[in-house]
Design a protein around this ligand. Structure first.
Ligand SMILES: Cc1ncc(COP(=O)(O)O)c(C=O)c1O
Length: 393
């Protein structure tokens, strides 16, 4: 049985605050902190280089983490690359593909800036970028992607779950569409990995970009890039760790994943991420998903009952609820929640300005949940907003 109160014992910081900002970055369970601590205190060494014992142990643990993440995704470890965050993963694809003038990319108005700006920048290189619209609930209809396809479309880049609306895109149908047209598919899974069961490999994604520090409960400074055809992507960075042979005349890149992992990586972070993925697996992604969806539904319902509150997004949503309280700036709402009840929420444009602009707004409040969030905490938010609404009338 899913016992959220038991789970919370692994997250001591939750005794201090009501943390409703997990979509930005999640809290970390003690086993993850311990795994990172052990790296520093017991075998701290360099990764991948050196014949000495600390280097060997470090490399072994780092590769164990890769195995854990790859098996979690259901993809081969050789195609699983560690990065710093989703933003880096997406940029590595945008700058690593061999673009020709007139090539075409489709993305959507719902995207986080990290899945929009890297494509928009390609316009300078003669790549055309179509940003398809969504409906008022943040759902991107597959038909609008289909209608945007041209003979030159090479890539569809879509976020699985919107970080503002919480809307869930039909990645399976988009993958089928992309495959039918011989187009590559990149999925930004920043808001879904670890929180929604989904078989990315079976749905045939070419690139999966995700953060280690959100639903996977890994440390900040970790991200994941899965590349189906590693040879088809050029490494953006060259240097130590990426090459197999160097002479004065030139060099050859190593095989994946090494060719993409430049310099000294975030070793403690990756080891922590490997442990975090096992923690999430032990809880069960299905269990986490139904817990989170239950909380989001309850939160949206409670907030919608307050006449001065406008709740955004569809009924079927991921683990977050964005809203505005009429008459109060979202940042003020967030500050009052923090000062009055130590409730931590996100406020502002959430790096999704085009998604907010879709509704004619420039800011909102977002409450987002983790595997450790309780219904009581959501109720504390709702009752605080209710009180604020009353004082405004
Ligand atoms: C949908 C989405 N994509 C990308 C990102 C960027 O993630 P990171 O900060 O790990 O680069 C976020 C972060 O909130 C996000 O929600």
């Amino acid at each position: 049985m899913y016992d959220v109160y038991r789970i919370r014992e692994d997250f001591p910081v939750l005794k201090k605050v009501i943390y409703l900002d997990s979509a930005a970055t999640s809290q970390k369970p003690l086993p993850v902190v311990k795994a990172m601590d052990e790296y520093f205190t017991e075998y701290c060494g360099p990764y991948g280089r050196g014949a000495h014992r600390l280097s060997k142990e470090t490399t072994e643990k780092y590769e164990d983490a890769r195995e854990a993440v790859a098996s979690f995704l259901g993809v081969p470890p050789g195609n699983t690359i560690f990065t710093r965050n989703t933003t880096e993963s997406i940029n590595m694809v945008a700058y690593g593909l061999d673009w020709r003038r007139g090539d075409h990319v489709i993305t959507s108005v719902m995207e986080h800036h990290s899945n929009l700006l890297p494509w928009m920048r390609l316009r300078k290189r003669g790549v055309e970028v179509t940003v398809v619209d969504a409906d008022d609930y943040g759902v991107v209809h597959v038909k609008s992607i289909e209608d945007a396809i041209t003979e030159r479309t090479r890539l569809i880049a879509i976020g699985h779950v919107s970080n503002f609306f919480g809307s869930i895109q039909d990645v399976r149908a988009i993958a089928r569409l992309a495959k039918r047209h011989g187009i590559k598919l990149l999925v930004d899974a920043a808001q879904s990995l670890g929180e929604m069961s989904y078989d990315f490999e079976a749905s045939d994604c070419d690139f999966i970009c995700a953060s280690g520090h959100k639903g996977l409960l890994g440390p900040q400074g970790t991200g994941i890039l899965y590349v189906k055809d590693a040879e088809g992507l050029d490494p953006v960075f060259a240097g130590g760790g990426t090459v197999s042979n160097v002479t004065l005349e030139g060099f050859s890149f190593d095989e994946a994943p090494s060719r993409f992992e430049y310099g000294t990586p975030n070793i403690p972070g990756v080891i922590g991420l490997g442990r975090a993925v096992k923690y999430v697996e032990a809880l069960g992604v299905d269990n986490i998903e139904s817990h989170l969806k239950g909380l989001a539904k309850y939160c949206a319902k409670r907030l919608s009952e307050i006449p001065q509150v406008e709740v955004y997004g569809p009924e079927e949503r991921g683990s977050l609820v964005s809203f505005n309280l009429k008459g109060l700036n979202p940042h003020d709402v967030a500050m009052i929640l923090d000062e009055a009840r130590k409730i931590c929420v996100r406020s502002g444009a959430m790096c999704a300005q085009t998604a907010l602009a879709r509704l004619g707004i420039s800011g909102a409040v977002r409450a987002s949940f983790g595997c450790y969030t309780t219904k009581e905490e959501v109720e504390a938010l709702a009752s605080s907003i209710e009180m604020m609404a009353k004082t405004l009338t």
